[in-house]
Design a protein around this ligand. Structure first.
Ligand SMILES: [Zn+2]
Ligand SMILES: [Zn+2]
Length: 238
């Protein structure tokens, strides 16, 4: 595909993103829907008792699956150059994260809200979990794991923000303990190509890296080139 054409499409998509309030309102709608569903699914699943051992197992499983699934979504989004689709403005804005070394400082809850507003796919996921919670024949450990994944997917966005913006000893300790994303590991994603896509704690990076190497060509010589002629600043994610 012609590079100049893609750059033009990118700039038009960003013009739409910046010019229309509906994208900001859409983000608020997505955040509110996701957070409502997270509260609903958690309060509902907490009425089921599975014992402390299964609680720990389901939480660890959810942590790993969240890291992996969100890494895959990131991989797919970094490769996506469909700027003329109805989600084109969101895709274009997403790509700008590769040139962002630091984000605007904000309170943790504000970051949680804003970043959750970028996760359109999470609405469908959480809605499916909410439906499963109405059924009576589903494995209860599975229900807990699915619910935790729905919440940890937003926590992953916080983890990414803290990797870029925080030098607090607590955050550094949590990163060393493999509960949050280590700075150096994530820096690879920005400095190199087609690598380190995960952003909850980075444990499943080898698996996502393997898939990326097999099926994707990377962003440095593809989507990163599309914003070369874009001069605006925005508040991208990841
Ligand atoms: Zn990326
Ligand atoms: Zn980043």
């Amino acid at each position: 595909m012609n590079l100049e054409l893609k750059q033009k499409q990118f700039n038009s998509a960003m013009e739409l993103y910046e010019g229309r309030n509906c994208h900001k309102l859409f983000g608020i709608f997505v955040a509110m829907t996701n957070i409502s569903l997270q509260i609903y699914t958690l309060s509902r699943v907490l009425t089921i008792s599975i014992g402390i051992r299964w609680q720990i197992i389901s939480f660890i499983a959810a942590y790993l699956i969240t890291d992996f699934v969100n890494g895959l979504v990131h991989l797919y989004m970094d490769d996506n150059d469909n700027y003329e689709s109805w989600t084109g403005p969101l895709i274009a804005n997403f790509h700008l994260h590769h040139r962002t070394p630091r984000y605007q400082d904000n309170k943790i809850f504000v970051v949680y809200f804003n970043e959750t507003g970028s996760k359109v796919w999470l609405i469908f996921y959480l809605a499916a979990v909410a439906i499963l919670l109405q059924q009576h024949n589903i494995n209860t450990v599975l229900l807990y794991t699915l619910t935790y994944i729905g919440i940890l997917s937003s926590v992953a966005e916080l983890s990414h923000y803290l990797t870029h913006n925080s030098n607090s000893p607590v955050v550094n300790f949590l990163a060393r303990s493999k509960l949050l994303l280590p700075k150096r590991q994530h820096a690879q994603h920005h400095l190199m190509d087609n690598i380190s896509y995960t952003f909850l704690n980075g444990v499943t990076d080898p698996l996502v890296d393997f898939i990326a190497r097999r099926f994707f060509t990377g962003y440095k010589n593809k989507t990163d080139l599309h914003y070369a002629r874009y001069s605006g600043v925005n508040s991208p994610r990841r």
